[in-house]
Design a binder for this molecule. Structure first.
Ligand code: HEC
Ligand code: HEC
Ligand code: HEC
Length: 423
């Protein structure tokens, strides 16, 4: 056995060992790979459920699952530990005799069984801070809390109208059960249409009562048959059919701050600079006869809901445009959040200017934050993939070297033979 033959055998041996080690490694890593794959699926489910939650559930259960009014919190340890079937049934079928609607297609709701199971995954494993950020960035954070206080003075006046007591009860029920979606004074919100509207008043009282009792399947409008008795629903119908007699301001928009995130503030700032600064000044100090917004008196007296209203509808017969048809609710809310961020540092008296930012340090806290350094984390998956890659490269190169040696040896042997015959 000559030397090359020996080298060949050793190389083949090494190659076999390398293959075995690679296989062993792959087998050893398999459970970790399965766990990683499962985690990936769960993450996707939770992402999708977050969007569904923001659109359909946050209005009742809060932007971070914290619960609103009599609607329970979903971000509790108790619910995280609740079994899949119980949660699935609750979400799919709703809770009879409560405001919790049924969500599964089979029950007349908008969601497939798979979507319901994604929502269960969210309740069991979700990150509620991420849900809050998503809801705010999507402009879906409910502006109004679940209930409002009707104005007692207006309520007294309403009592003097014919059937005044029924109207009063209607206003009180509306303020606690319906205002979150249908808005202050029944004027509607992004979530639900206005009820204080001639088109709604045109319907027969029976039709309106039926909508309230049975709801509108596939929408946020739940049926109230179980939750409210017939007399209470009649009071609501009286209110809706005679809303034109109720003074505006009876059911106010409650003063709830717009929720903000770093992202929404950054968007608000860029939209402000692009659309508002030329009139209100880069620093909100006003220009010429256009009022300052970055000034204590304005910010203390004007709620977020009011600013949103002004920006959306504009100020008729003045240069202040209505932005509602040019921007989405989310964009307008981000501007309102940005204007509100001035409050802590706002001067008592504005110094109207031309344009130009007052330079220097400071700025709102969210601008001062260091850009978070992104650590490159090598996870399990890429780790074992690297091992496999190196192992297979090793095998391939060893095989190539062996093959090369083999051919070389044959050649030299053939040359040798030719030389011999020549001689
Ligand atoms: C119209 C308001 C409303 C909406 C919208 C709503 N819920 Fe509910 N939800 C309720 C109420 C009220 C309850 C409590 C029912 C009861 O008293 O048993 C509830 C209960 C629950 C529970 C059980 C909580 C517990 O402690 O047992 C879960 C889970 C739940 N909701 C999930 C959801 C999901 C997911 C969505 C969106 C797809 C949603 N809800 C939308 C009002 C609502
Ligand atoms: C969770 C949000 C939500 C709540 C709370 C809610 N609604 Fe609705 N409501 C809706 C939506 C959304 C629609 C529109 C449904 C559709 O697309 O047809 C609607 C539609 C209606 C309509 C039909 C309006 C029309 O244009 O004909 C009436 C009437 C109504 N709601 C009354 C009420 C009353 C009364 C209450 C309180 C007891 C109430 N709603 C509570 C979301 C809500
Ligand atoms: C063409 C000039 C112009 C532009 C652009 C403009 N505004 Fe105005 N804005 C005005 C004027 C003028 C008023 C005062 C209206 C009045 O007389 O009540 C005003 C009033 C306001 C008020 C109420 C101030 C108060 O003291 O009551 C707010 C809030 C406001 N603007 C926000 C905005 C925002 C946000 C933008 C950008 C999306 C914007 N404006 C763009 C001219 C402008």
């Amino acid at each position: 056995m000559n030397l090359t033959r020996q080298i060949e055998i050793v190389l083949a041996f090494i190659a076999t060992i390398a293959i075995l080690v690679g296989l062993g490694l792959a087998i050893a890593r398999e459970p970790a790979r399965i766990v990683a794959a499962e985690q990936e699926i769960l993450d996707t489910q939770i992402d999708e459920a977050t969007a569904l939650y923001a659109e359909q559930c946050s209005v009742c259960h809060g932007i971070a699952g914290e619960g609103i009014g009599s609607n329970p919190a979903l971000n509790s340890e108790a619910l995280r530990g609740t079994d899949f079937d119980t949660l699935f049934k609750t979400i799919a079928r709703g809770r009879f005799n409560t405001a919790m609607p049924a969500w599964a297609l089979e029950e007349g709701g908008p969601f497939s069984d798979y979507q319901v199971s994604e929502l269960v995954a969210l309740v069991q494993h979700g990150d509620w801070t991420a849900v809050q950020d998503y809801t705010v960035n999507a402009g879906l954070a409910p502006l109004v809390p679940f209930s409002a206080e009707p104005d007692p003075v207006v309520l007294g006046e309403v009592g003097l109208l014919p059937e005044g007591e029924s109207l009063q009860r209607g206003i009180i029920t509306y303020s606690s059960e319906c205002v979150a979606c249908h808005g202050a004074d029944g004027l509607g919100t992004a979530l639900a249409p206005a009820l204080n509207d001639p088109i709604v008043r045109d319907q027969t009282p029976d039709d309106i009562a039926r909508t309230i009792e049975l709801g509108v399947p596939g929408t946020l409008m739940a049926g109230w048959q179980g939750a409210l008795d017939t007399e209470t629903i009649d009071d609501l119908v009286t209110l809706i059919t005679r809303w034109d007699e109720i003074p505006i301001g009876a059911i106010p928009a409650p003063d709830v701050p717009i929720a903000v995130t770093e992202e929404s503030l950054a968007l608000g700032e860029s939209l402000y600079l692009a659309n508002c600064a030329r009139c209100h000044g880069d620093d909100g100090q006003g220009t010429g006869r256009i009022p300052a917004l970055n000034v204590t008196s304005f910010l203390l007296e004007t709620s977020d809901a009011a600013i949103q209203q002004i920006v959306t509808r504009g100020v008729p017969d003045t240069p202040m445009p209505a932005w509602g048809d040019r921007m989405t609710d989310a964009e307008i809310q981000s501007i309102v959040g940005f204007i509100r961020s001035w409050e802590d540092t706002a001067p008592d008296v504005a110094t109207p200017s031309g344009r130009g930012r007052q330079g220097g340090g400071g700025g709102p806290p969210w601008q001062q934050q260091e850009a978070s350094t992104i650590e490159s984390v090598q996870d399990e998956t890429s780790d074992w993939r690297n091992t496999m890659l190196i192992a297979s490269l090793l095998v391939v190169s060893i095989t190539l070297i062996a093959a090369g040696l083999h051919t070389f040896r044959r050649h030299s042997r053939a040359d040798h033979n030719t030389d011999a015959s020549d001689g």
